[in-house]
Design a protein around this ligand. Structure first.
Ligand code: 48F
Length: 262
């Protein structure tokens, strides 16, 4: 049987651009494919929301692959273990309120389940800005400005492309890149105590884990914040290689956005 290179190319180009064209008007656009973004994407897609996730790197998974210090075991606690168990990740109990999982099994399963639920995952795509609209004196995030990661890495002067979304999720982790860009370019006030990005505090796992889901909310009209970005935005602590708060945060963002979409 013939294996025609030209046809292989056509299959890839057709498949990619069909997916891309069908993602130009989204219900939800998620920035960042760490545990929070992947969990939000899985729930939203499984509830029939047109969802895409944009990840700058070649692989999704963010900071979950390496466990702690590249010892590739992750920890979750009692209240979040269902979010791994429900997708088939085996857990082992290790003392009071601590469960461990293989980091590679957990990360690859979260990615696989999100993609198979119907979330469109665009890896190698960097989000460099947001789209804004003003109505009645209120600014709202209305989409994302995206570019090819290799273009960004090479520093080439190439204009981006744009997708529209009813809601966006800032799940870029410690760096809170989307929020930083939103504030820097538009001088807007966020829904935080000081109106800006409060900044991440040093390690305190228990406090940080409790606060991550609480900090998950609409931080600016049209824009939710989830995962470590939520703690960085609201001035809370980091927690290291315990991932329960990330999973619960992704689930909470998905539930709230799903309800808002009606
Ligand atoms: O950092 P990351 O895993 O975020 P998370 O889901 O989870 C945090 C934990 O991994 C860990 C922790 C607690 O357990 O503290 O750090 O909140 O994943 C964020 C992803 O966003 C991508 C980045 O490459 C990473 O995979 N990302 C960051 N900026 C952009 C981006 C951008 N501008 N465009 C696209 N992707």
């Amino acid at each position: 049987m013939e294996l025609n290179e030209r046809l292989i190319t056509e299959a890839i180009v057709s498949g990619y651009f069909a997916k891309f064209k069908d993602s130009l008007d989204l219900d939800v656009a998620i920035v960042g494919g760490g545990p929070a973004g992947l969990t939000a994407a899985r729930f939203l897609a499984s509830w029939g929301r047109k969802t895409a996730l944009f990840e700058r790197k070649l692989s999704v998974g963010g900071g979950m692959w390496g466990g702690g210090m590249c010892y590739n075991i992750i920890v979750v606690q009692e209240e979040s273990r269902h979010l791994l168990e429900d997708v088939g990740v085996p857990l082992s109990k290790y003392g009071e309120n601590i469960y461990t999982a293989d980091a590679v099994a957990a990360t690859s399963t979260l990615a696989s389940k999100a993609a198979l639920a119907g979330a469109r995952i665009f890896n190698c795509v960097s989000v460099e800005d947001v789209v804004v609209r003003e109505t009645g004196g209120q600014t709202r995030v209305a989409g994302l400005v995206i570019n090819s990661s290799p273009v960004m890495m090479a520093g080439l002067h190439v204009d981006p492309l744009v997708i529209h979304s009813r809601f966006a999720v800032e799940a870029t982790g410690h760096d809170v890149e989307v929020l930083k860009t939103l504030v820097r370019k538009n001088g807007v006030r966020l829904n935080t105590p000081g109106g800006g990005i409060e900044g991440e505090k040093s390690m305190w796992a228990e406090a940080a884990e409790a606060r991550t889901p609480e900090n998950t909310r609409e931080i600016f009209p049209g824009l939710y914040v989830a995962g470590m970005a939520a703690n960085a935005a609201y001035g809370d602590h980091r927690m290291g290689p315990v991932f329960g708060g990330m999973l619960l945060s992704g689930e909470k963002a998905a539930r709230e956005i799903h309800a808002r979409l009606g």
